[in-house]
Design a binder for this molecule. Structure first.
Ligand SMILES: [Zn+2]
Length: 296
């Protein structure tokens, strides 16, 4: 059983910790990754004008076909939209090869999910290998799941004037950002299908992403809850903050920001942390935090 998860990470800055999780991959029964598949995927090559033309076609098709996505800065999306995007992208960019390879591996269709819990990565592609019994034989079967973060999509494009790039390319609306995130995840899927493993920081992925989508980087700068906390509440990692719990005031240091802040409060009953102190973590809604003097 293996579980390779790859995430489209935010642009690294001082306080982000973007790491793709890597694990070994298991052998799967035929046909699976092969030289022939690598060659087929690497043969796909589009000029940036051609990428743009196909990208626009998909953008327009989504707006005219989706029951939910009625405008570029949509406010409702369903998993059927991700299925629709997959069909368009496979046809426009992959010549139908993704579906073809998924069928060959008995992994068709891939699963699509929307998640509010992805708050740093904008997307994630997971490859799972499981044992199945077929006609008395035990076989390894693989399946794939692509998840897109709705938290990041909905946090972004709320106000004018904040430039957004995904894959190193500017995005002017939420649907464009979704498309670019989806392209990145499809590259992970393609690498898994052709090579059996995938890593967006490695040269093979970079080369594929330039050839297929003219991407320049494997990062995004969508508005994460961490940035939102900085803008809306002036709160950053490492800040000294206070909050009230059951009528008592606690003071601690902000250690992590997702949909809530993790605040480490010194306490002899707590776990030892890397700062050498014993602390208890509290998960506090941002609106309930007060910034204390003595931090930036
Ligand atoms: Zn990635």
């Amino acid at each position: 059983m293996s579980n390779n998860a790859h995430a489209f990470q935010p642009t690294p800055d001082d306080d982000t910790d973007p790491v793709d999780r890597e694990t070994s991959h298991d052998f799967i029964d035929q046909p699976g990754p092969s030289l022939e598949r690598k060659a087929k995927l690497f043969a796909l090559l589009y000029s940036s004008q051609e990428v743009d033309k196909r990208f626009r076609r998909i953008h327009e098709a989504m707006l005219s076909q989706s029951p939910q996505i009625r405008e570029p800065d949509f406010t409702v999306i369903g998993t059927d939209d991700l299925e629709r995007l997959f069909a368009h992208y496979d046809r426009e960019f992959f010549m139908g090869r993704l579906a073809e390879m998924l069928v060959e591996d008995s992994a068709h269709p891939a699963a699509f999910r929307l998640s509010r819990r992805l708050t740093s990565a904008a997307g994630q592609t997971i490859r799972r290998v499981r044992r199945v019994n077929q006609g008395g034989r035990s076989l390894n079967r693989v399946d794939y799941e692509i998840t897109i973060s709705t938290t990041l999509l909905y946090n972004t494009f709320l106000q004018q004037g904040r430039a957004v790039t995904v894959g190193g390319l500017p995005c002017s609306d939420r649907l464009e950002a979704l498309q670019r995130i989806f392209e990145h995840e499809l590259l992970h899927l393609a690498e898994f299908l052709g090579w059996g493993a995938s890593n967006c920081k490695a040269s093979n992925f970079r080369a594929l992403s330039r050839r297929l989508f003219a991407h320049e980087a494997p990062h995004h700068d969508l508005i994460t809850p961490r940035e939102q906390a900085r803008i809306a509440y002036g709160i950053q990692l490492g800040d000294l903050v206070s909050f009230e719990i059951e009528g008592e005031r606690r003071v601690g240091v902000v250690n992590r920001v997702t949909r809530r802040a993790t605040v480490l409060v010194e306490d002899p009953r707590g776990q030892p942390y890397t700062n050498g102190k014993r602390c208890i973590p509290y998960y506090v809604p941002l609106a309930r935090l007060r910034k204390e003097d003595g931090s930036s």
